[in-house]
Design a protein around this ligand. Sequence first.
Ligand code: ATP
Length: 471
Amino acid sequence: MRRDLREAQAVPFFTSLMSQKKAASDRMEKIVSLCKRRGFVFQSSEIYGGLNGCWDYGPLGVELRRNLKEFWWRRMVRERDDVVGLDGSILMNRQVWVASGHENTFSDPMVDCRNCKSRLRADQLPEKNGQKQCPVCGSFDLTEPRAFNLMFKTFVGATEDESAVTYLRPETAQSIFVQFRNVLEVSRKKLPFGIAQIGKAFRNEINPRNFIFRSREFEQMELEYFCFPNQGFELLDYWLKERLRFYADIGLSKDKLHVHEIPPDERAHYSKGTYDIEFEFPFGVQELEGVAYRTDYDLTQHEKASGKPLEYFDEETKSHLIPHVVEPSAGVDRTLLALLCAAYDEETVTDEKGKSETRTVLRLHPRMAPIKCGIFPLLKNNEELVKKTKEIVELLRGEMSVFYDETGAIGRRYRRQDEAGTPFGITVDFDTIGENGPANRDTVTVRYRDSMEQKRLAIADLPAFLREQIT
Ligand code: ATP
């Protein structure tokens, strides 16, 4: 049974369960609505009614994605001597998917509800008195499960016959395995070493759901870390720790993350050990990333099927071996959703006139925030204020994403940036341009998004101050 259902059933009172579910779905609705309103995520092909399981990332979403992917790349590749990168093609020779086992076995069990005709994943159905039930209409009249292959089939070239068939890749890992030899030769790495890749993957999910959590087109951040067979288990634990450190460093707090060790009978047949790193989404505790010890399964399969050696020569023992591999495999979209869910907050604030209102704020880690600072002239019709503000924009924009805004009351401008997750607001006022004496000339107000506290800082110190927070 899936963990979200297990946890839901553990709640003692039905009513409390219902109200918890209602609060969770309200929260999720608010997050989805903010994503659209502020330009994080739009439905794909929206003006034509959308396409189920596909999403577009708007101006803020695309910045958030880039920050997340760049930080992953920095942690997993740039800051290490033992990992190099790859950017493989999405379409590959069909034989790759035959050898990896995807063509025959990459499937989910599917059932149909005879009553409402819904197509459902058999392993995700709720049960009542030990009987599987349709979550849409409540009927128990379901067909027997049958395997449904999740790969998108396509044709390469002008003829649409069997010989032209291939698939959109359902994971990025396989191009790493099939390029193992080439990368080894050019990088001259010694075991243990890794090959990292960020790229699109496609799965024809039976039930795409929970916003961008389960989609049909998504992006993965995968590392295949090759090692000697006797290092596999140790490296599995090492990578689990590294990945948890990564999540802490992008602002996902420990108490929202869970490590689930997959029991042997639930693991993929080639895995000797798998941990799922899970996150407490509003809709339940769900997988964010899998860290798996895949043994030598993939390289062995490709060596056998292609007839090309995929071995490693160990200088010390003067022998050939097929390396084992540990794979931390994360999803960009799921991590992005976790960041948004963790960051979303509402609080009641009272202004100077005693008026209360709800402040919606995205408490994103400054490292992840799409815009690092909002930069505002106190008044838009004062030439000197505007000129000074634009100078600050120029000073900072080479290093970070900034947003210039001169419209509306300053409080409104702050609120808009709070919703976008912008961690700092910089305001140029009459002190900055020296109208109130020389003491504060060339200083600005810096407002912190989370505490709403403000302090004065010299313009010359802004780049260093911001750099320290956002890198
Ligand atoms: P699930 O059990 O949720 O279907 P999985 O175990 O099949 O996921 P993996 O094959 O291990 O997932 O893929 C690695 C990662 O890729 C997942 O942890 C997840 O972050 C991401 N991922 C997989 N499928 C999807 C999807 N349909 N939509 C978004 N992200 C996905």
